[in-house]
Design a binder for this molecule. Structure first.
Ligand SMILES: Cc1cc2nc3c(=O)[nH]c(=O)nc-3n(C[C@H](O)[C@H](O)[C@H](O)COP(=O)(O)OP(=O)(O)OC[C@H]3O[C@@H](n4cnc5c(N)ncnc54)[C@H](O)[C@@H]3O)c2cc1C
Length: 425
C-alpha cells in the first residue's frame, strides 16, 4: 500500500476530491487497495492515536482531517450475483460502475441522481435516489457490511447486529467499511427527464408541482429544482443563461405522458426532455455537474409545503436571491415513509425535503447567512435534516439534527462501545 505525507509527490492528488471547499491536510494518507490495507492503516492510527477520516470520491466531505486519511478510490471491485439479485462492491466503487454491471443482468441498484457519487458514502448517509418512493433507500437493501472497526478488527455485520444499525446512518463514526452487499431491483428502463420553465412562472409551477406530487403513485419519484444556469454552449438554447424551474421525473410506469399532462399545461414549457430511457442513462435526469468545485449546502425536511413556504423559497432562492442558489425540493413519502430500516431512523412524517446548495467563491459565511434566512422561514414546519445533503462544514447542532432524536442516545452508546477515543468520523 502506498502512503503519502505532506510535500511528497502524489499527496495533493490523493487528497483531492469533488468537494473543494473543505480544507484538509492529513498527516498521512493511506491509499488502500484491499481490506487488509484498511486494517493495517486503522491499526497504525490506533498505535499513533491519530484521528481517522475516509474518502472515496470527496462528494460528501463535511470536515477535513489533520490525522490519517484512508483513501478508498483504488478499491473498485464489483460482483453481481444475478440469481440472488445482489451486488457486492468494494469501498471505492461509484454508482455508475454498479449501474453498468447490474444492467447486464436486467437489474438496477437504488442509486441517486449522479453516477459519480460513491456507493458506500451514499448508502451509509441514508441516501435515496431515483426509485426511492417505490423501493425506499439504498440502506433498506443492504444485506451485509464488511467493516474494520476502530480497534483494527475486520468484521462482517448483518441485520440485527448493533454495528449494522449504527453504520447505516451513522456513516464513518464506527469504522471503515471495506465492502457492502445489497439487493438489486428488476428495472431496466424508466420514463424520465425534466420539464423546464422560466422562473417568471415559478410560483404557478411550484404550486402545480406540489398538488401533482402529493397524489402521484409510488412508481414516481420527483423533485423540482430552481437553478441559475450558466450561459455556456453545452446547454440547449431555450434554457442557456436562464434562471429556470425544472421538474425532474423518474417514473417506473408505462403511462408517463398521461401522468405529466397537468404539469405540461401549468405554464409555457421552455424545454421538455421526458422520454423512455435505459436505467444506464439515469444520470441524465438531473445532469449533476461532473467537475470538482467548492460548495456549501444544507436542507430541511418539512411536513407540509404551504403557500407561505413556497413564497419564502422564491424570495430566498429565486432569481432575486442575495446569493446564487440551486434549490431542490424532493417529494418524499411512498416506500420511504413505510420501510422499517435496520439502521438509523427515517422521519416518516416528512413529506418533502428542501435543499439549498451554493458555490462558495471565498466567503462561506455569506452563503451560510443566505441559507439561514431561507431555513429560518421554513423552521415552523421543519422536522429535521438529512445527512447526505449537508455539504461542507456545519455546526454540531445541524449534524445532530440529521439523526432522529430517538436514535441519538443509542448512537452515543454505540460510539462509546466501538470508538471510545472518538477518533473516527
Ligand atoms: C453531485 C451530487 C449528487 C448527489 N446525489 C444524491 C442523491 O441523489 N441522493 C442522495 O441521497 N445523496 C446524494 N448526494 C449526496 C451524497 O450521497 C453524499 O454526499 C455522500 O456522502 C457522498 O459519498 P461519497 O463516497 O461519494 O463521498 P466521500 O466524500 O468520499 O464520502 C463522504 C463521507 O462518507 C463516509 N464514507 C465514505 N466511504 C466510507 C467508508 N468506506 N467507510 C465509512 N465511511 C465512509 C465518510 O464520512 C465520508 O466523509 C449527492 C452529492 C453530490 C455532490
Amino acid at each position: 500500500m502506498q502512503t503519502f505525507r505532506p510535500g511528497q509527490d502524489g499527496y495533493s492528488e490523493e487528497i483531492a476530491g469533488f468537494q473543494t471547499s473543505v480544507p484538509t491536510r492529513p498527516a498521512v494518507v493511506a491509499a488502500a487497495e484491499s481490506a487488509d490495507d484498511v486494517a493495517a492503516a486503522v491499526k497504525y492510527a490506533a498505535e499513533h492515536e491519530l484521528a481517522v477520516a475516509v474518502q472515496a470520491t470527496g462528494h460528501g466531505l463535511t470536515a477535513g482531517t489533520d490525522g490519517l486519511l484512508i483513501s478508498t478510490r483504488r478499491m473498485t471491485g464489483v460482483e453481481i450475483d444475478a440469481a440472488a439479485k445482489t451486488a457486492r462492491v468494494e469501498a471505492g466503487v461509484r454508482w455508475g460502475a454498479v449501474i453498468e454491471a447490474a444492467a447486464k443482468h436486467g437489474l438496477a441498484p437504488l442509486s441517486g441522481s449522479s453516477p459519480d457519487v460513491g456507493v458506500v458514502g451514499y448508502t451509509l448517509s441514508g441516501g435515496f435516489g431515483l426509485m426511492a418512493r417505490r423501493y425506499g433507500r439504498a440502506a433498506d437493501h443492504v444485506r451485509a457490511i464488511d467493516v474494520v472497526t476502530p480497534d483494527g478488527e475486520p468484521r462482517t455485520v448483518t441485520p440485527g447486529d448493533d454495528l449494522f444499525w449504527a453504520l447505516l446512518g451513522g456513516r464513518a463514526g464506527f469504522g471503515v467499511v471495506t465492502a457492502l452487499e445489497f439487493g438489486l431491483v428488476e428495472v431496466t428502463e424508466l420514463y424520465g427527464g425534466g420539464l423546464y420553465f422560466d422562473t417568471a412562472d415559478l410560483p404557478a409551477v411550484l404550486r402545480a408541482w406540489r398538488t401533482w406530487a402529493v397524489t402521484a403513485p409510488d412508481e414516481l419519484t420527483t423533485s423540482i429544482a430552481v437553478v441559475p444556469l450558466p450561459d455556456l454552449p453545452f446547454l440547449p438554447a431555450p434554457i442557456r443563461g436562464k434562471h429556470v424551474g425544472c421538474v425532474r421525473i423518474a417514473y417506473l410506469g408505462e403511462d408517463g405522458d398521461q401522468l405529466v399532462e397537468p404539469l405540461r399545461t401549468a405554464a409555457p414549457v421552455l424545454l421538455d426532455t421526458l422520454k423512455r430511457l435505459p436505467y444506464t442513462d439515469s444520470g441524465s435526469i438531473a445532469s449533476d455537474p461532473p467537475h470538482p468545485h467548492p460548495y456549501h449546502g444544507t436542507n430541511a425536511t418539512v411536513e407540509v409545503l404551504n403557500d407561505a413556504m413556497l413564497a419564502a423559497i422564491v424570495d430566498h432562492a429565486g432569481p432575486g436571491a442575495p446569493v446564487e442558489t440551486v434549490l431542490i425540493i424532493d417529494r418524499l413519502g411512498g416506500e420511504l415513509a413505510r420501510r422499517e430500516t435496520d439502521g438509523v431512523g427515517w422521519d416518516s412524517a416528512a413529506e418533502f425535503v428542501v435543499r439549498a446548495l451554493s458555490v462558495v467563491e471565498d466567503d462561506v459565511d455569506t452563503v451560510r447567512r443566505a441559507h439561514a434566512k431561507l431555513f429560518d422561514a421554513l423552521a415552523p414546519w421543519s422536522t429535521g435534516r438529512l445527512l447526505p445533503f449537508l455539504y461542507g462544514a456545519h455546526p454540531a447542532g445541524d449534524l445532530a439534527a440529521a439523526f432522529p432524536a430517538g436514535d441519538r442516545a443509542r448512537l452515543e452508546r454505540l460510539k462509546a462501545k466501538y470508538d471510545p477515543a472518538g477518533r473516527f468520523g
